[in-house]
Design a protein around this ligand. Structure first.
Ligand SMILES: [Zn+2]
Length: 248
């Protein structure tokens, strides 16, 4: 398929124009105009580029691309090496950040809810980025933490009493620990996100609302894979997900 078709299709599917984001959504580095092999990954790291290029990908779609709002704009150091490699091999880099967290079916939060057995009932937070809902089967914090560990294949950091009954949950993939207070205001039993900060422990302790940090990478593997699978089903594309393990 044409790169331009892929770009336009994704823009409509993910409604990218409707988001205020920290990085550009869409084609960040332009490669060949024809795309047959599509690689997906969470982050456009050097290892991911190496593996995708060895597989002879024509385009790579990631959740974490380049050109973040507060970073140095100059193309030096690791940024130079990464971009030079993409240009040398004529491989495109497409990135989708908040639109890929928020998408109602393929998004990280939607996929995370499905995987963890939570039915979404509402959304809140800036640009409606946080989901909330109820567990299909209420269980204790320890039981739910075990479910998170087995389904995300990573041991989460768990704050709260082991026997606390968990029924309502708010969740947001990635580094969304800043929404913990907003989640508490929603009256949920538990807030789950990728990362935790020091003050989240005390907030949990003093409000009784449990907190699970399930891993930034682990909670953001789902959306980009779902998008890749969707695109491969829709167009003449071969798709492969490249998972560079990340302990954070
Ligand atoms: Zn992220």
């Amino acid at each position: 398929m044409k790169l331009a078709t892929l770009r336009d299709y994704n823009a409509t599917l993910l409604q990218t124009a409707g988001f205020k984001d920290y990085a550009p959504n869409g084609v960040q580095v332009e490669g060949k105009s024809e795309v047959r092999r599509l690689a997906t990954a969470v982050t456009a790291s050097q290892q991911v580029l190496d593996e995708a290029i060895a597989w002879r990908a024509d385009a790579i779609i990631v959740h974490h691309g380049y050109f973040w709002r507060n970073e140095d704009a100059c193309i030096v150091g690791i940024k130079k090496r990464r971009i030079a490699q993409l240009l040398k091999h004529d491989v495109s880099l497409l990135a989708y950040h908040l639109p890929l967290d928020a998408h109602a079916e393929l998004g990280n939060n939607a996929e995370l809810g499905k995987l963890l057995g939570i039915t979404e009932q509402a959304r809140f937070g800036e640009q409606d980025i946080v989901s909330s809902g109820v567990l299909d089967a209420p269980m204790t914090l320890t039981q739910f933490a075990q479910q998170v560990e087995s389904r995300l294949r990573r041991a989460p950091q768990v704050i709260g009493p082991a026997d606390r009954l968990i029924r309502s949950i708010a969740w947001c993939s990635g580094g969304a620990q800043g929404y913990f207070e907003a989640a508490i205001a929603q009256g949920v039993d538990l807030y789950l996100t990728g990362e935790i900060s020091e003050q989240n422990y005390h907030l949990s302790n003093e409000t009784g609302v449990a907190f699970i940090a399930a891993g930034h990478h682990a909670t953001e593997r789902l959306g980009v894979q779902a998008l890749g699978a969707h695109l491969a089903g829709k167009f003449e594309l071969e798709h492969r997900f490249f998972d560079q393990d990340n302990p954070v």
